[in-house]
Ligand binder design. Structure first.
Ligand code: OGA
Ligand code: NI
Length: 364
């Protein structure tokens, strides 16, 4: 046993799946978080509590299409974005069969032999298709109990040939889900722009040509879920992220810096505001800080679809939201592109300092 553990630790790349499948009774040292960063499941630690009492917003999207109810839904979206930068959506229009097929294809992918998955391994964050473990196995100081495959997904014909060709159904099934998410994200962006008092078609062209990164995450059962995490606290660089989860595990940080468990709702999808939305709204909406806990019993899968402006297109605060009634007002943020974010994470520890904090203008 000792020997098995040692040989796993010596490998420069060992996926979380490999560790779970080999039946390790403990997580290797590199996964053990400093006490102040542990999820403290169900208990209080160092001023941060995990709570289940906060009710998180759930929005029925089908009502957006009913002219007499649209403004009420836009108001609900406004409240959710201001309060949490987060909401769940039901009746979102993506058929449950499309969702199920995508999850099935992901399960088959992660169950492939390691050698097959390693064909796509890369530590280069600029790579459009990339298999990996933790956040970045080659640079992480603390590791996270997650394996992933990420791929650019829009426009689909440009990227799909580079996606995994195993399992054979992967491209078709995950492709259908990616396209459906892209359609849904356009409706959400329109509604969010409206909720900010902007034109419904604000940045429409850039959004149509925008980038979509699909992160397919696998969090295998973990022997020590109280001292490890699947993903550390972070916000997404995107304008918005549409997240599909197969079971509970996501937590978001509320205004009081408490961690709130996001309940699993059958058939629902999660919408999270990212840094591009915080900048575009000039800080009226904030990107949501979130993390992923792991558990002892079940493997959890998620699809995080990160939508943003095109790779090199800079986003900046909307003029209307900067000036308001005051023509001399200054924007609260500098501009940035998805590519700027990639450059930042290639050479900085984004857990120590959030990217968005580097582009905030300090108040005069
Ligand atoms: C992400 C992410 C959450 C989850 O991929 O950026 O936050 O539940 N995922 O997997
Ligand atoms: Ni995220």
């Amino acid at each position: 046993m000792e020997e098995t553990k040692k040989s796993l630790l010596d490998d420069s790349f060992t996926s979380a799946m490999t560790l779970t499948n080999s039946g390790v009774p403990q997580v290797p040292d590199r996964y053990v978080l400093p006490p102040s960063q542990r999820p403290a499941l169900g208990s209080t630690s160092l001023g941060t509590t995990t709570t289940e009492t906060t009710t998180l917003p759930v929005i029925d999207l089908s009502l957006l299409h009913q002219p007499s109810l649209r403004s009420r839904v836009i108001h609900e979206i406004n409240m959710a974005c201001k309060e949490f930068g987060f909401f769940q959506v039901i009746n979102h229009g993506i058929p449950s069969s499309v969702v199920k097929d995508a999850l099935d294809a992901a399960t088959l992918f992660f169950d492939l032999p390691v050698e097959e998955k390693m064909r796509l391994v890369s530590a280069n964050v600029h790579e459009p298709v990339r298999y990996g473990t933790s956040l970045n196995h080659s640079t992480d100081r603390v590791h996270y109990w997650r394996d992933f495959i990420k791929h650019y997904s829009h426009p689909l014909p440009k990227w799909i040939d580079m996606w995994p060709s195993n399992p054979p159904c992967y491209k078709e099934k995950v492709g259908k889900y990616a396209e459906a998410t892209h359609v849904l994200h356009k409706q959400l962006i329109e509604a969010i722009a409206e909720s900010l008092g902007l034109e419904k078609n604000y940045l429409q062209e850039e959004i149509e040509e925008g980038s979509q990164v699909m992160a397919v995450n696998c969090y295998p059962a973990c022997p020590e879920p109280a001292i490890a995490l699947g993903m550390p606290p972070h916000s997404d660089f995107s304008s918005l992220t549409i997240l599909l989860q197969s079971s509970q595990g996501l937590q978001i940080m509320d205004h009081n810096k408490n961690w709130v468990r996001v309940p699993y709702i059958e058939g629902a999808l999660i919408v999270q505001l990212g840094d591009q939305m915080e900048v575009m709204s000039n800080g009226i909406y904030k990107s949501v800080i979130h993390r992923v806990t792991v558990n002892k019993d079940v493997r959890r899968l998620s699809f995080a679809s990160l939508h943003s402006l095109p790779l090199h297109k800079k986003i900046s605060p909307a003029a209307k939201l900067v000036n308001g009634n005051n023509d001399n007002a200054e924007p609260a943020y500098g501009e940035f592109s998805f590519n700027d974010f990639l450059e930042y994470i290639s050479s900085n520890d984004f857990i120590q300092q959030r990217f968005i904090d580097t582009i905030k203008k300090s108040s005069p």
